[in-house]
Design a protein around this ligand. Structure first.
Ligand code: NZQ
Ligand code: ZN
Length: 388
């Protein structure tokens, strides 16, 4: 295994009675706050009013940017950065899911840049600094509340790109599971598919590994499999929402990586789907993952799938490894497409093969995606076709 550095200084307030600390936490960074949120779910579920009451009580000066879209657009980022510069904002408060938090990260970085924020996303200009970010998470999925990355879309160029920098890490995150009670069954299922995919991207490797981290990842996967159906059936089940919320942060906050350097596989393929068709990230991942697994399974990789089947789905260790491997992929498909009710094919969500070739070329940047199974353009096209 490789050497690594683990440094995630995000302070987390977890639980239902923590919002009283919001004012003090924000005040340490200054007086002028930009509150960033999405399409209004926080107004419908009452969180907006509770946050505003806290900000008022703390005597902070509040500015607002609303309307951040799912698959957040660079236009929102530029708008937010303008407000930061004009109003001399000291600290950003993101209240929402991954899209709101990601947009806020790039607003914070673009506040220190005198050009189009897209330059930062495509790395034409370096991120040099970022305004301090505090988050209140409302959807368990991306882990953006505790990681240093963000994903921004540019509809003009049909691109959706990932970019990260340590300065983007939220300073403080409030994780109150009750704030996810109002998340729909569909978004709950998509969020869980996303959490699981973040783990798969690291878990599936033939490199020498840390046994301890494999056990943690298997535990996280079992947690998501156990609690997602409960959260869907009983949206206000605290235990289910709490388990999913904390799993979302730990799936991607760097802890489970243990120094692994391999490229991710399903995420780059999914980001092209979202870039071209604006679909929900977790849904794209759910459709792609079992097909990618089928494509990656062979005599060399079978032992990892066998481990997955035995340790996550409790399959019989005495069975033939290839049988366990195939069955584990079937069980995962059943979980995504039956138990938690996600659509199972691209055709069902209106996607045909028109852009597969271009999407596949972009996903591997015209070269090779050097992940668990190295994927070239023609491999990726085949996987997209398997999803039709
Ligand atoms: O916009 P509002 O009105 O808030 O509604 C949202 C949105 O429609 C709604 N929602 C959120 N919390 C809710 C709620 N509805 C009711 N009650 C609540 N408590 O859910 C919808 C989806 O929200 P969004 O923020 O888009 O979802 P998610 O958290 O899944 O974020 C997806 C974005 O994050 C990126 C994805 O690519 C996508 O752009 N990712 C970010 C990552 C990161 N920063 O590390 C990693 C991920 O792999 C991912 O790529
Ligand atoms: Zn993801």
């Amino acid at each position: 295994m490789n050497d690594f550095v683990y440094h995630i200084p995000t302070k987390v307030y977890f639980g239902k009675d923590q919002l009283g600390n919001l004012g003090e936490e924000l005040k340490q960074f200054g007086q002028r706050v930009l509150l960033v949120y999405g399409g209004g779910s926080i107004k419908r579920n009452g969180l907006y009013d509770r946050v505003m009451a806290e900000l008022k009580q703390a005597g902070l000066d509040v500015f607002e940017l609303s309307g951040v879209d799912p698959n957040p657009r660079v236009a929102s980022v530029n708008k937010g950065a303008e407000i930061c510069k004009r109003e001399k904002i000291d600290v950003l408060l993101a209240v929402g899911g991954g899209s709101t938090i990601d947009a806020t990260k790039f607003i914070g970085a673009a506040a220190y840049y005198d050009g189009d924020a897209w330059d930062l996303v495509i790395r034409k200009a370096p991120i040099t600094n970022c305004l301090p970010i505090v988050t209140i998470l409302t959807l368990a999925a991306t882990g953006s509340e505790m990681d240093a990355g963000g994903v921004i879309s540019n509809p003009e160029t049909r691109e959706k790109l990932v970019c990260g920098h340590p300065a983007l890490l939220p300073r403080v995150s409030f994780l109150d599971p009750t704030n996810t009670y109002s998340v729909s069954a569909f978004q709950t299922a998509c969020g869980s598919a996303d959490i699981m995919s973040h783990i798969f991207e690291v878990y599936f490797t033939m490199d020498e590994d840390l046994y301890m981290l494999d056990c943690v990842m298997e535990g996280l996967l079992k947690t998501v499999i156990k609690y997602t159906p409960i959260a869907i059936k009983e949206p206000a089940n605290y235990e289910a929402r709490a388990n999913l919320m904390w799993a979302s942060s730990w799936a991607i906050n760097g802890f489970v990586n243990g120094g692994k350097q391999k490229a991710w596989s399903c995420h780059p393929l999914e980001h092209e789907l979202s870039a071209f068709y604006d679909i929900t990230h977790g849904l794209g991942l759910a459709i792609l993952t079992p097909r990618w697994m089928e494509y990656a399974l062979n005599e060399t990789t079978v032992s990892k799938f066998y481990q997955f089947g035995c340790n996550v789905f409790d399959m019989d260790k005495n069975m033939e490894p290839m049988l366990v491997a195939k069955k584990s992929i079937e069980l995962l498909s059943e979980f995504f497409f039956k138990t938690i009710g996600l659509q199972s094919t691209l055709s069902e969500i209106g996607i045909d093969d028109t852009h597969f070739s271009e999407m596949a070329r972009k996903a591997c940047k015209g070269d090779v995606l050097a992940g668990f199974k190295p994927l070239k353009q023609q491999d990726i096209e085949k996987i997209y076709r398997m999803c039709l």
